[in-house]
Ligand binder design. Structure first.
Ligand code: RUQ
Ligand code: CUA
Length: 621
């Protein structure tokens, strides 16, 4: 691959030379200081080694658990390429501090200061990744966010009404991601206004569908039990969720009483038809259509499976849902074609849709697929990945004497999710498997009582699984997904008309400001708006004056057109920090409550004179 040219037709190295020639920067910003994009070969298949300057074959999107963020890793190198702040407040980029990010977080009722992100999943068209969005749940504050994959920033966030704690999340795969499906996990009274706090019989939770493009609620379905994980099929007709606590208890012993809980199937066309026919209710001030999908409803099917099932995964051939046993050593294979029979009234018992229940080991949590008919299930208690053959497991269920287990591989330790390359799509290619291990114990240098997780890379391209890499990660990747790089088209610099900062552009327009060239201070009562550009190594305004108590909004537009020349705006002693990427506009609002001189500076290393890129805010008493 040759060096990519930026808009102005410069490569990074040429830019560096050009700046030097123009005498803007001079010494320091040489090629040695900031290397350009080296000629990049891909890693050899079967080898996890990706040499310096070589590019990975896959993007991995990792949830950041209770850190609230999403991370991008390169696969197979396991190098961390980027962090995308989502539900967290992030110091470097100013996520949760800038006006642009706060507007997005307010859509989700925030900004709360924390989040618990479990399940990142990419939008699809016809069962294949389309490279557009990644959706992620927040269990902690009952939200769902969307990341735009062209800029790799969160662009929408919504709070899910009428439920408590969003856990499982997956997208509709076919015909395209019209809906994001997500599970309300905890049961709460309706209305939850203090009147029925001690009557668990009145508690309920719901299965939720979000309009993926608008990021608005589409509908909700009330269920029995607590919903855990979910996945969609390859016809567009069904989604399925694991469901525990069929007892409707509020304590652990109560939740353990029944031998069986369920996999719940949702019939999407029937749900849509019921809404169209007006057969729904609403709750409180929420306008979201709510349907009753509890036992007896024809919108759902409750398939009894061993108690407290956890992961729910669709095989990439579109044939099966697999519900993972957790407390049972088995997984339950549900034949998706038989769901048609059930809803057509052709089957007697919900269990007639089950075609296999292989015994794998202790604590099966999640299953991934290689596209060659094999499945890989994490068994938490045994600390293993079990490779098994789906067709053979179905034969064994029919009474044939076949060994469906292909291999058991030790992982370190206690794996939760696992994921194969492209494995949740029709393009499952069976090259790599990631095991997200919850405990690392002795695998790394000790760093105090808090331990890293261990995300292990396993080569599954051959007959035998081979463990090839240990990857320490910070709290706590629950889930990840692995996308071939051919599906991704991230931008290298921002587009000036990006909707991400459109509200700020609109504000500037009202003030008569052309963001690309004006450097002006506008006073509007005790509100002051400071508009400036930035071009390495200069801010367009190097001092501005305000009065104590003024509400100040600083808007910076980065006019650099060169890939990777990001500036920052950090105002000392004001908790103000933001990223301004090339051609991006960012803004931040704060109260100037301390008379005196306050320096602001660029905190993203951008230039040989980066240290000098600064200015003063003068606050009059
Ligand atoms: S969960 S360890 Cu939050 Cu996906 Cu299974
Ligand atoms: Cu601009 Cu550092």
């Amino acid at each position: 691959m040759s060096e990519d040219k930026d808009k102005a037709g410069f490569t990074r190295r040429e830019f560096i030379n050009a700046t030097a020639v123009a005498g803007l920067a001079g010494a320091g910003l040489g090629a040695g200081l900031l290397p350009g994009v080296a000629s990049a070969k891909s890693a050899k298949h079967g080898s996890a080694e990706v040499g310096p300057g070589e590019l990975d074959e896959y993007y991995g999107f990792w949830s950041g658990g209770h850190s609230g963020e999403v991370r991008i890793l390169g696969i197979p190198s396991m190098r961390e390429l980027m962090r995308i702040p989502v539900f967290n407040v992030e110091s470097a980029t100013g996520w949760g501090i800038t006006n642009e990010s706060k507007r997005i977080m307010e859509g989700g009722g925030g900004p709360y200061l924390n989040g618990d992100a479990h399940h990142p999943h990419m939008s699809m068209t016809d069962g294949r990744y389309d490279g557009k969005y990644v959706f992620i749940n927040d269990k902690a504050n009952t939200r769902v966010a969307r990341i735009r994959c062209d800029i790799m920033k969160t662009d929408k966030m919504i709070s899910i009404p009428n439920v408590s704690a969003i856990h499982g999340l997956r997208v509709q795969k076919v015909p395209h991601t019209k809906y994001v499906f997500c599970n309300g996990e905890f049961r709460i009274p309706h209305p939850n206004d203090g009147r029925d706090i001690n009557d668990p019989k009145k508690y309920k939770t719901m299965f939720n569908a979000i309009d993926a493009e608008k990021m608005e609620m589409a509908w909700q379905v009330i269920v029995d039990g607590n919903l855990d994980n979910t996945d969609a099929d390859y016809t567009g007709k069904y989604a399925c969720a694991t469901c525990y606590n069929s007892e409707g208890a509020v304590d652990l012993p109560g939740m353990m009483r029944n031998e069986r809980d369920w996999a719940v199937v949702f019939n999407i066309p029937r749900i849509e038809a019921a809404i169209k026919a007006g057969k729904y209710t609403t709750i409180g001030d929420s306008k979201v259509p709510v349907l009753d999908g509890r036992h007896g409803s024809d919108l759902t099917l409750y398939i009894p499976v061993p108690k407290s099932p956890h992961g729910l995964n669709t095989s990439p051939d579109g044939k099966y849902f697999v519900a993972n046993g957790k407390l049972s050593p088995t997984v339950t294979i549900i034949d998706i074609k038989k769901l048609d029979d059930w809803f057509a009234g052709k089957l007697k018992k919900p269990r007639d849709t089950v075609v296999g229940e292989p015994e794998l080991g202790l604590g099966p949590l999640h299953t991934a697929f290689d596209g060659r008919g094999n499945a890989y299930t994490t068994v938490f208690i045994d600390s293993q990945i079990v490779k098994w053959n789906v067709a053979d497991a179905i034969k064994a269920y029919k009474g044939k004497k076949v060994n469906y287990i292909r291999q058991k591989l030790d992982v370190h330790y206690q794996p939760g999710h696992n994921h194969t390359t492209m494995g949740e799509t029709r393009d499952a290619d069976g090259k790599w498997l990631i095991s997200l291990c919850k405990f690392s114990k002795d695998r790394f240098l000790p760093v105090g009582p808090l331990h890293a997780e261990n995300d292990q890379l396993i080569d599954i391209s051959g007959e035998k699984m081979k463990l090839v890499h240990d990857g320490p990660t910070f709290a706590e990747p629950h889930d990840c997904m692995l996308v071939h790089r051919s599906k991704m088209k991230p931008l290298k610099i921002w587009k000036r008309n990006d909707p991400f900062f459109a509200d700020t552009v609109a504000m500037a327009k009202k003030d008569g400001i052309v963001l690309e060239k004006d450097n002006k201070v506008i006073r509007d009562g005790n509100k002051v708006r400071v508009y400036m550009t930035s071009i390495a190594p200069n801010f367009g305004i190097i001092d501005f004056k305000v009065k104590k108590g003024d509400e100040v909004t600083v808007v910076v537009t980065n006019m650099d057109q060169v890939e990777d020349v990001t500036h920052g705006f950090c105002l000392v002693n004001h908790g103000v920090s933001m990223e301004i990427g090339p051609q991006q506009t960012s803004s931040v609002t704060f109260v100037a409550d301390k008379p005196g001189v306050h320096w602001y500076y660029c905190h993203w290393f951008c230039h040989a004179l980066h240290m000098e890129m600064r200015g003063r805010m003068l606050v009059e008493a």
